[in-house]
Design a protein around this ligand. Structure first.
Ligand code: MTE
Length: 318
């Protein structure tokens, strides 16, 4: 197996390795002795409480049962630490999350480099239970802790030229072993239209399950955009740039015919190589034998975000 797969081959490789991971877990016997619990013990050792008050944002408190924390922190995509689902939990201990700053710049009246401690105090922490649907076909339900990205955006005052927001994540070859690889064009860059970025459901997240984010989930600060495929939710953010043109994101650069800029969860628009109509929930009783569930339009957030795309051809703007 090549260490540097062509990016167009990554996703099917992940699907395959995801399956292999579950087989390993099953082979290890009960989940109790598997990788999940190993990672959970590790996460527990680093854990620091970060409570959030129940969010009042419409749609933010999904009633679904959250995925067990041990699964959400051991089955991850964070390619800077490797492309196997278990790599981030195993490797991300090298990530140094302090000191940490996030530079907010570009088309704004008040550009500023925010220190992490400042960001943590910028707005009250809220708990939000969101569904995360990965483009690969699996999903989780995660109680995130953070506040609306709009809280940060309003403080920097975007100018009339700000049409899009670019999110740049850390690419440090010293602490991130796969940043030297050709898997993606580093740093991992994502983007949103400004109106998507200021939508109250777009979350700047610092924690999950009432604790600070485990490194493998994107510590110390990440984005969570619940109506889009998981890859739009950049981890370990270092820069937020307001720009007038649609940013070229890491996945668009890697395979534009497969990953569009919008990447809204849409069961009616298949990925060129597989259907997006159903998803496999990760967690208790999950794995390859888990019953698939139908994927919902905009991941179930259509009532909240559907109007952002009124009149757009979503098959063209995928
Ligand atoms: N952010 C960075 N910097 N690097 C990545 O590889 N993977 C994305 C996204 N954010 C990724 C990233 C993908 S494909 C998914 S599905 C989600 O993170 C997974 O988030 P989770 O591991 O917390 O569930």
């Amino acid at each position: 197996m090549s260490l540097h797969p062509r990016s167009s081959e990554i996703t099917p490789r992940c699907l395959y390795e995801g399956r292999r991971e579950w087989m390993k877990r099953l082979a290890a016997g009960a989940l109790g002795t598997s990788l999940a619990s190993w990672a959970a013990r590790d996460a527990l050792a680093q854990a620091t409480a970060l409570p959030g008050a129940r969010s009042a944002v419409p749609g933010a408190m999904l009633m679904d049962k959250p995925t067990p924390k041990a699964d959400a922190s051991s089955y991850n995509n964070f390619y800077e630490f490797g492309t196997d689902k278990s790599d981030p939990a195993r490797n991300a201990h090298t990530l140094k999350t302090r000191p940490w700053t996030v530079a907010v710049e570009g088309e704004v009246k008040k550009p500023k480099v925010f220190d992490l401690d400042e960001l943590l105090k910028l707005s009250p922490m809220e708990e939000r239970i969101y569904r995360l649907r990965c483009v690969e076909g699996w999903s989780m339900v995660i109680p995130w802790v953070g506040y609306s990205l709009a809280e940060l955006i309003k403080r920097v005052e975007p100018t009339g030229n700000a049409k899009f927001v670019e999110f740049v994540t850390l690419a440090d070859p010293k602490t991130m072993p796969f940043v030297g690889s050709r898997v993606l064009d580093w740093p991992y860059v994502e983007g949103l239209r400004l109106d998507e970025a200021v939508h109250p459901l777009s979350l700047l997240s610092f924690g999950m399950y009432g604790e600070v984010l485990p490194n493998q989930n994107g510590a110390p600060v990440r984005l969570v955009v619940p109506w889009k495929y998981g890859f739009k939710s950049g981890k370990s953010l270092v820069k937020i740039r307001f720009v007038d043109k649609q940013p070229r994101t890491a996945w668009v650069k890697a395979a534009a015919q497969e990953y569009g800029f919008y990447s809204n969860v849409n069961p009616k628009v298949d990925h060129p190589r597989w259907s997006q109509a159903t998803e496999r929930p990760i967690g208790d009783g999950g794995g390859i034998f888990a019953k698939k569930k139908p994927t919902l339009m905009f991941n179930g957030y259509e009532a909240q975000v559907g109007q952002l795309y009124a009149g757009m051809d979503l098959a063209k703007n995928f």
